[in-house]
Design a protein around this ligand. Structure first.
Ligand code: AMP
Ligand code: ZN
Ligand code: FE
Ligand code: FE
Length: 280
């Protein structure tokens, strides 16, 4: 059976593998398709697509938008037009807000003796700088033992180096994906610690804005969890997607296409997604 991975981060956001490296690794693993879903940017897609073309590997344009519905929720967008001016405008707003947060975080770190500034962060990590990059700096400076420790003790909410940033309303994130010609999918539904009633409420709320899918298979989700999500997708008439949330060495235990060994996303999921797009 042909397998795919529809949830992948690259150096265009906070992954550590370049778009080209992701495609080469996917080819080595024998994956039939990958989607590039960087946080709040699609800048990695053209590079991945070019490499995919060279190697005959299917690359789907995607994005993962950070939004808020009571708490943080992530919305995936597939087959977006990466040059959509409407999408670009929203992403620019998000980038400006992120930049303000990052500048404040640099100042805060300097005030406790960490030698860092925003220019060097960009020189080293690229256009989109995220907390995993700051975690790397903290580890290098001996302030944290590893990525998990950096987040748990320093960078997460209610910790000393947490600086909030703004989030796009969930309705707007779904609308903008649709305006850019994409299909909006609820990412990793178990991440939000919702009970069945709350998850249904979230799904129904998102569907009012045009949600079309649920990420049913994901690193760490066992067969029962996947079956539950797939039953919800069927009940609501939504498509199923799945992916690893690969971040390279920023999430050391997660492998491309395989997650922690349990992940199995069939090519049929991508075909179902395209069939749905063809109908609407
Ligand atoms: P930011 O968008 O810059 O606020 O950073 C949030 C990102 O950090 C998330 O999207 C994850 O990719 C990453 N992240 C959050 N918690 C952890 C963690 N415990 N370990 C590694 N990465 C994390
Ligand atoms: Zn990330
Ligand atoms: Fe996410
Ligand atoms: Fe992700």
């Amino acid at each position: 059976m042909k397998r795919i991975d529809l949830h992948i981060h690259t150096t265009a956001s906070d992954g550590t593998a370049t778009p080209e490296e992701v495609v080469r690794e996917a080819e080595k693993l024998g994956l039939a398709a990958v989607a590039i879903t960087d946080h709040d940017t699609a800048a990695g897609y053209p590079r991945a697509a070019a490499e995919g073309e060279k190697r005959g590997l299917e690359v789907v344009p995607g994005i993962e938008i950070s939004t808020k519905f009571r708490a943080a929720v992530h919305i995936l967008g597939y087959y977006i037009d990466v040059d959509s001016p409407a999408l670009e405008e929203v992403l620019e707003w998000m980038h400006r807000d992120r930049e303000e947060r990052n500048i404040k975080l640099c100042e805060m770190l300097r005030s406790v003796g960490v030698d860092i500034d925003i220019e060097r962060m960009h020189a080293r990590f690229g256009d989109l700088v995220g907390r995993p990059h700051f975690a790397e700096i903290l580890i290098e400076n001996g302030r944290a033992a590893d990525m998990q420790d950096a987040f748990d003790r320093l960078l997460n909410k209610n910790r000393p180096f947490f600086i909030p940033r703004q989030f796009l309303p969930i309705e707007r994130s779904i609308e903008i994906i649709r305006e850019a010609g994409g299909t909006a999918v609820l990412a990793h539904p178990f991440q939000y610690r919702l009970d069945d009633a709350q998850l249904r409420e979230l799904i129904e709320h998102c569907m009012e804005s045009g949600l079309e899918g649920i990420e049913c298979r994901y690193s760490g989700y066992d067969a029962d969890m996947c079956a539950y999500l797939e039953s919800l997708a069927a009940e609501y008439g939504l498509v199923r997607t799945g992916g690893s949330d690969f971040h390279g060495s920023h999430k050391k235990d997660i492998r491309l296409g395989e997650g922690r060994g349990e992940l199995n996303v069939p090519y049929a999921f991508l075909e179902e997604l395209r069939e749905r797009r063809a109908k609407t």
